[in-house]
Design a protein around this ligand. Structure first.
Ligand code: ADP
Ligand code: MG
Length: 694
């Protein structure tokens, strides 16, 4: 209970109340963050008489009145808010014989002297009558120094316990912040990180989180405190991770550039800065003696493929084989075509392996993988069959990893335990973030799209209008996708539905060349349809969502999504990402049937933003935390200032900085990390036995 008893008005009894809130010291009290805030600034949007919400104003007392009634006593005060309105505040007291000699309104009378200035917080009595200026007072404070904690500001609201009011807590916390100990409370953040992220000091942040002077100050304070929390826990897990990780991969890489340089020169474009940064991170992992386990996340179209290819070429320069595994055959084929084009010039042999690879062909490829004559192999989960053996496999890349089932991921993990592993996704999900946080996973993020990309204009429209837009674009020489949903998860039925629609669409567009693509077609059929579309031999591709991932045809500028209400947000975003890949302005047209409120909200969101990370966030909110938190271990994700979901950017910073910190100083032995280490041990060694930094 150290320190608490120093506070004015706190004796052993009050201290017991604090204990109920887990507050045992002045420091605990300072770290007892508000659960919410009320905007009680004088000019706040809800200041004045607002029927819908809280009323906050500073008034001057005009007159007061005692109204006797049969069973109650009524005290009225009439105040002017300085804007020609006279506001009537009312208090009721039951008549009580016991209190006969006691004036129940003594305190009010003392405070509400004529001309006294008073802050009033209350609610309008009659919400429906605009002209009726009567309010029920919830709190009032005579203007002055003390009032400044409770009114005329963004006011903290705390989780309470009986006997401790908001008013009291504000007072005590304010006092605890005045203690000299508070002002000298050490910043535990390593100075280099605090500076890098531009954070305010810890003392400033603590003051501002309780008594912010502005919303932006509050946001800065919260960010800083959230970051500190995240960084502490992330570091605890990071230390554990290094201690767990002992398996060495047993080979080293050297950056020779005999393949990388010509690769870069032949690309026909420059890497974006973001790609350069990410490639650096990956190469650093590859050169480390420990196996890489890195997630590369980047929005649809951000150019993840050539990042992966760069890593695969580094492996090739060092005589290693690598694989790229995609969730669908179509995507595998597509990657194969791109790789073939790029790698032919570099004389790097590449093959493709899927479940529809014919037996003789398959046998040949397996032999080539086993004797090392194929360096890079692209494929689907056919790549992880037991009879697929490599001479010298070093790097496995998994594209669109979120599309793989849990089982496949498990199998993959088994197969790649001592390999360098790079997984890629356009829809970062909290699970992967959690992995980055807790597990043996590092994260790189592409934050930039290649230059010249335009936002994809997205709208809802009826079928007629959608077809009209398609026709317009095709007449301009562009191409279009029309996508139908999977029906009851069955490719079979969906294929049939698409075939029917395909026949109808041929009537709608008699002068254009249409092609169809669905999961039931043979590999060669699919391949030739894709090739023809890429070569602009066809104008309109009618498809199931098999084209959702990865397809890359820059001349395609319209994506029509039929029954858009049946798609999830992530799918809509992925599908839309098939257009807008070239120089032409592109658009996405959503044709929706009957929608529930959630579906409506999804469509609204997708029309509003093209930012995949934002969409991911909204997706989580729409699906609710239940689904996401379902598998977490209880307590792990409870933060006081931070929110694992809302503060994902800050979380990302913490993960990055944790990695940097531990790389520089694995046991936190440098003097500038002493305070941080002390707090870390205090938090996580005693209770969790999580870390050992001796
Ligand atoms: P995704 O991240 O969705 O997998 P891709 O790797 O398919 O994206 O890249 C999308 C397109 O952008 C491809 O056509 C690719 O060639 C092109 N691209 C990638 N990086 C760049 C760049 N730095 N400049 C220009 N175009 C690029
Ligand atoms: Mg891709």
């Amino acid at each position: 209970m150290s320190g608490l008893l120093h506070l004015k008005g706190v004796g052993p009894a009050k201290a017991k109340l604090f204990e109920r809130l887990d507050i045992f010291s002045l420091s605990d009290l300072r770290h007892y963050y508000p659960r919410a805030y009320q905007d009680r600034r004088e000019n706040a949007p809800n200041a004045g008489l607002n029927p819908a919400s809280l009323t906050v104003f500073k008034g001057r007392v005009l007159r007061t009145q005692l109204v006797p009634a049969r069973s109650v006593l009524i005290f009225k005060a009439f105040l002017t808010d300085g804007q020609n309105r006279q506001i009537e505040c009312t208090w009721f007291k039951k008549r009580s014989f016991r209190a006969f000699r006691f004036d129940p309104f003594a305190a009010l009378k003392k405070d509400f002297k004529i001309n006294a200035e008073i802050w009033v917080i209350g609610r309008k009595e009659n919400r429906n009558n605009f002209f009726d200026d009567k309010i029920t007072v919830e709190e009032y404070y005579p203007a002055g120094e003390e009032a400044a904690l409770h009114a005329g500001r963004i006011t903290p609201i705390y989780a309470l316990t009986e006997g401790l009011s908001n008013k009291a807590l504000r007072q005590y916390i304010y006092e605890s912040l005045q203690e000299s100990e508070a002002k000298s409370e050490q910043d535990i953040l390593p100075p280099s990180l605090a500076e890098k992220r531009g954070f305010i000091s810890s003392a400033q942040a603590l003051r501002a989180v309780h008594f912010p002077n502005s919303l932006s100050e509050l946001e800065n304070a919260r960010a800083r405190l959230a970051y500190e929390e995240f960084l502490l826990l992330a570091t605890a897990w990071g230390v554990k991770r290094t201690q767990n990780r002992t398996a060495l991969k047993g080979y080293t890489y050297e950056i020779k550039k005999n393949l990388l340089t010509p690769f870069r020169q032949n690309l026909g474009f420059e890497f974006t800065d973001s790609q350069k940064k990410v490639i650096k991170e990956i190469f650093a992992d590859l050169q480390s003696p420990l196996p890489m386990n890195r997630l590369l996340q980047g929005d649809v179209g951000s150019g993840k493929t050539i990042v992966a290819l760069s890593a695969m070429l580094l492996a090739a320069e060092n005589g290693g084989q690598s694989t790229l595994m995609a969730p669908t055959e179509i995507l595998a084929e597509q990657h194969y075509l791109t790789f073939q084009k790029t790698l032919k010039k570099l004389k790097v042999p590449v093959a493709v392996l899927t479940s529809s690879t014919k037996a003789p062909e398959r046998k040949k490829i397996l032999a080539a993988l086993a004797d090392g004559s194929v360096t890079i192999v692209v494929g689907t989960h056919a790549l992880i069959q037991d009879d697929v053996k490599f001479k010298n496999l070093r790097l496995a890349v998994i594209d669109e990893q979120h599309r793989f089932g849990v089982k496949q991921r498990g199998k993959l993990k088994e197969k790649t335990a001592r390999l360098d592993l790079l997984t890629m996704t356009a829809t970062p999900i909290p699970r992967t973030l959690a992995l980055a946080f807790y597990g043996d996973l590092s994260v790189s993020t592409l934050t930039q799209l290649p230059p010249g990309r335009q936002p994809i204009f997205t709208q809802t429209a009826d079928e007629y209008r959608a077809n009209h837009i398609v026709a317009e674009e095709v007449q301009k020489g562009r191409q279009a996708y029309i996508v139908y949903p999977l029906i009851e998860e069955s490719e079979n039925i969906s294929a049939k539905a698409v075939s029917e629609e395909f026949e109808k669409l041929k009537q709608v567009f008699p002068h254009f060349k249409l092609a169809m693509l669905h999961g039931q077609m043979s590999r060669t059929e699919k391949e030739s349809v894709m090739k023809d579309f890429a070569a602009h031999k066809t104008d309109i591709l009618v498809a199931t969502p098999v084209i959702e991932v990865g397809i890359d045809v820059p001349n395609a500028t319209v994506m029509v999504i039929q029954n858009a209400e049946r798609f999830g947000l992530a799918s809509l975003h992925q599908l839309r990402g098939r257009v807008g890949r070239g120089e032409h302005a592109s658009q996405c047209v959503l044709v929706a049937g009957h929608q529930g409120s959630v579906a409506k909200e999804r469509l609204r969101i997708i029309c509003q933003t093209c930012d995949g990370f934002k969409i991911g966030e909204r997706d989580m909110q729409l699906r609710g935390p239940g689904e996401i938190l379902g598998t977490r271990q209880s307590g792990d994700l409870e933060f006081k200032a931070g929110d694992f979901f809302k503060d994902r950017n800050i979380l990302q910073w913490a993960i990055e900085d944790r990695d940097e910190l531990l790389k520089e100083d694995p046991l936190l032995q440098k003097p500038e990390h002493a305070a941080f280490k002390e707090r870390l041990l205090e938090l996580y060694q005693k209770n969790w036995k999580l870390i050992d930094l001796s």
